[in-house]
Design a protein around this ligand. Structure first.
Ligand SMILES: C=C(N)C(=O)O
Length: 125
């Protein structure tokens, strides 16, 4: 098992690793948006997925390597917009996905995403 420390991101604010790889599977921690870059949902979605891409890039991966993701939305009425943005971002790739409505997210975020990716076999941990 090894932890991933993405060079493109500041260290995590809390006591966790951005991702942990065991075998060919990479478990990402919950990823919040960069709220300093805007509160609009589309901006939050974009910065959240930019962070996910930065984590995946550490192992030479991209969104096409996602196996599963759990998406937490603090306002489930955003589901249609979320689904549209998600379809645009992931293109033809479809992984297993769950969307969970929640009462509140840290820092007042509208979205948090937790994901599992498949690593490139040569990097098995
Ligand atoms: C943002 C997180 N993943 C956390 O607080 O655990």
């Amino acid at each position: 098992m090894k932890t991933w420390e993405p060079r493109r991101l500041a260290p995590p604010a809390g006591h966790y690793a951005y991702a942990v790889q065991t075998g060919n599977l990479v478990y990402l921690s919950g990823v919040l948006p960069d709220l300093a870059r805007g509160s609009d949902f589309a901006v939050q979605f974009g910065t959240c997925f930019e962070r996910i891409e930065a984590i995946l890039a550490e192992g030479g991966l991209d969104l096409s390597h996602l196996v599963q993701c759990t998406v937490y939305l603090s306002d489930i009425t955003l589901w249609d917009e979320f689904n549209r943005l998600y379809r645009e971002r992931l293109g033809a790739h479809r992984c297993a996905r769950t969307v969970v409505p929640v009462g509140a997210l840290h820092f007042g975020a509208l979205i948090e995403v937790q994901a599992v990716a498949e690593a490139i076999p040569s990097t098995a941990a």
